[in-house]
Design a protein around this ligand. Structure first.
Ligand code: FAD
Ligand code: SF4
Ligand code: SF4
Length: 397
């Protein structure tokens, strides 16, 4: 809650300013109740500076001592080999831009069983330094162990900015770190830039109706998660090798309590991971039944792509949640995105509008999906899709 200092003169100016009704006057002094969200809106209206945001350790530390842009590198296993998850390379590309503007270093932080094969690519994507934490205890992702390692490094080196992928791992890890080091975290950013010495974290707000720019001028590090496929990817220093700094972080007793008993891969061989697929055939409420998705599955299999869905189709139980494309699902950027029976609500569009080629099939010629597609077919998908499948099969003969 906001702190009210004894010099309050009871002028009442702060009371109507609070959007949450958390302030009132009692015995000619301001009092605050538990509705306070620490939004800070009241602080500047007090004529005697009697309202104070609580200071955390990180806030009160000298923020000028925090330097450098860090990227937490997520590693995945593919066909038995470890690789940097593509979103990590997207974050390094954006991190390079930010670090250059700040005239600071770009550092990749990689935690795992054996990281050495991954350094060259991180260097090519612009990392000046790589902090590497290795050991058998880090082979599999473990929230407590990874958070503990990140916190140890953050406290030791004091980065100004730390970026995480907005994946299952990043979404699990980043909030735990933020809570433990008492800093904020902006989730699912769609844009990052620098203003002065601060990170401008842009993300959709109020159901995607506005874009909010979020700054954390009083706390370090500034931390954000970014979805896959939102930022571009660019090799900037091919052949250059970053300085690798090996760090030893003992695993805590809490982390040691977690044991991985078995691992199961979610994506089957024929259905690629949605956020990395180059071809996506997506279905919406217009498909009418779960069985009709079989047609989309068949087209995706023929083309070597993945199947996506709108939230309406997910809510209807026609596809599992991890197939959802959009604001509250996955952001995709394939070469081809085919939207079948999807109206094109803004929450869907934000998740697929960066696709190279969008094809829409909808029986309603005024559906908003036609505003973002390159090729549009107005008609009944139940008649069109079997012909599309047939044509693809014919073209292979
Ligand atoms: P509808 O809007 O009902 O559209 C169905 C379309 O199918 C219509 O255009 C219709 O003309 C067409 N159609 C029907 N029959 C046929 C046929 N036989 N042949 C051809 N076309 C046909 N949505 C998402 O998709 N992803 C998200 O991540 C997401 N996040 C959200 C987050 C929030 C906070 C909120 C409030 C909403 C979110 N939504 C999301 C929901 C979104 O607002 C829409 O409700 C949803 O995208 C609609 O799905 P749809 O296009 O399949 O269904
Ligand atoms: Fe109200 Fe925000 Fe002030 Fe808290 S910080 S009392 S929520 S205006
Ligand atoms: Fe007290 Fe400041 Fe609020 Fe006036 S504006 S009531 S002085 S806290």
């Amino acid at each position: 809650m906001i702190k009210i200092l004894p010099n309050c003169i009871g002028c009442g100016k702060c009371v109507p300013v609070c959007p949450f009704g958390a302030l009132s006057l009692e015995n000619r002094k301001a009092v605050v109740n538990s509705a306070c969200t620490l939004c800070g809106a009241c602080v500047s209206v007090c004529p005697v500076k009697a309202l104070q945001m609580p200071q955390t350790a990180a806030a009160s530390a000298d923020i000028s001592s925090y330097k450098g842009v860090w990227v937490f590198v997520e590693v995945i296993e593919e066909k038995g080999a470890l690789k940097n998850r593509p979103v990590s390379l997207e974050l390094l590309t954006k991190g390079r831009e930010l670090a250059t503007e700040l005239k600071e270093e770009l550092c990749a932080v990689i935690i795992g069983g054996n990281n050495s094969a991954l350094y060259a690519e991180l260097s090519a994507y612009g990392a000046d330094k790589i902090y590497s934490v290795e050991g058998p205890a880090y082979t599999d992702y473990n929230t407590a162990a990874y958070a503990n390692a990140m916190i140890a490094l953050i406290n030791k080196y004091k980065p100004s900015i730390v970026l995480y992928p907005s994946t299952y791992t990043g979404r699990d890890l980043a909030p735990r770190i933020a809570a433990q080091i008492h800093v904020g975290l902006t989730a699912d950013c769609t844009g990052l830039s620098i203003k002065g010495q601060n990170l401008v974290q842009t993300r959709p707000a109020f159901g995607g109706n506005i874009m909010a720019d979020i700054l954390c001028p009083g706390h370090r590090p500034q931390m954000a998660t970014v979805r896959p496929n939102v930022m571009g990817r660019k090799v900037v220093s091919a052949g250059k090798m970053a300085q690798v700094i090996m760090e030893v972080v003992p695993v805590t007793a809490e982390a040691g309590k977690v044991r991985i008993i078995s691992k199961e891969m979610e994506a089957t061989a024929e259905v690629e991971k949605l956020d990395e697929a180059q071809i996506i055939i997506s279905g919406g409420r217009g498909l009418k039944t779960a069985e009709n998705f079989n047609l989309l599955n068949a087209i995706a299999t023929e083309l070597g792509g993945a199947v996506g869905a709108s939230r309406a189709a997910i809510d209807a139980g026609w596809k599992p949640k991890n197939h959802q494309v959009g604001q509250s699902g996955v952001t995709v950027k394939p070469k081809l995105y085919m939207a079948c029976g999807i109206s094109g609500a803004v929450q869907h569009i934000v998740g697929m509008e960066n696709s190279e080629v969008i094809i829409a099939i909808n029986k309603d010629g005024s559906a908003p999906i036609f505003n973002v597609c390159k090729y549009g077919i107005v008609g009944d998908l139940h008649q069109i899709l079997p012909k599309v499948l047939e044509a693809i099969k014919d073209s292979k003969k």
